[in-house]
Design a protein around this ligand. Structure first.
Ligand SMILES: Cc1cc2nc3c(=O)[nH]c(=O)nc-3n(C[C@H](O)[C@H](O)[C@H](O)COP(=O)(O)O)c2cc1C
Length: 188
């Protein structure tokens, strides 16, 4: 059975580099062949700051945008978050999108493609893992880390990975296939 992987573009600002990195990763994931792939852009979703009156574990959603986000996340078995680091931490749009839901994340897997300056987004990646543990979302050990992301964009604005990034992506996808399959009975 092929599982469904959502590649989530975690940044939303005009001029962001997130889509360039995410499109490379989506191509790599399609060539890998271990998952059905869906690209999800938080900028298209345009979620306001969490505006549901009830705790999301109750799933008593009032707003159409929440119901749509819930349906989107529900159909995935695994995620890859392509995300920047803002001010040594996770960017607000991605944290907000995580906080909207609880059960929809549970017993699923996640891999991280982080990018930034010298840190390659690693501080944001560590912060995300703290929230994953609250949500029952399981991060695989392998990750893609992109330091100085602007230096990896060509004149067309396309992302050009190093061989290490390409190898890390393959390893992360292999680990996601393994763990997503192992967790399938819990999601059933
Ligand atoms: C508000 C803001 C804060 C930033 N803080 C950091 C940071 O703490 N560490 C870092 O490595 N890069 C930081 N940067 C640089 C980003 O890594 C770089 O601009 C990257 O392109 C942002 O991702 P995006 O283009 O997808 O929004 C920051 C950028 C912005 C806009």
């Amino acid at each position: 059975m092929t599982h469904h992987l959502q590649i989530v573009i975690g940044s939303t600002r005009p001029g962001r580099v997130g889509p360039a990195v995410a499109h490379w990763f989506a191509r790599t994931a399609r060539e890998h062949g271990g998952f059905d792939i869906e690209l999800v852009d938080l900028a298209d979703l345009d979620l306001p700051l969490l505006d549901e009156p009830n705790h999301p574990r109750l799933q008593e959603y009032r707003n159409a945008h929440t119901k749509m986000w819930s349906d989107t996340v529900q159909r995935a078995d695994a995620f890859v978050f392509v995300h920047p680091e803002y001010n040594f931490g996770v960017n607000a749009a991605l944290k907000n999108a995580l906080d909207y839901l609880v059960h929809e994340w549970r017993d699923k897997t996640v891999g991280l493609v982080s990018y930034g300056g010298v840190s390659g987004g690693l501080r944001a990646a560590q912060m995300l893992k703290q929230s994953f543990s609250a949500l029952g979302l399981f991060a695989v050990p392998a990750a893609v880390t992109v330091p100085f992301v602007a230096e990896h964009l060509n004149v067309l604005g396309e992302f050009e990975p190093t061989p290490i990034m390409q190898d890390s992506a393959q390893l992360m996808l292999d680990e996601l296939v393994r763990l997503t399959g192992a967790l399938a009975p819990l999601r059933a």
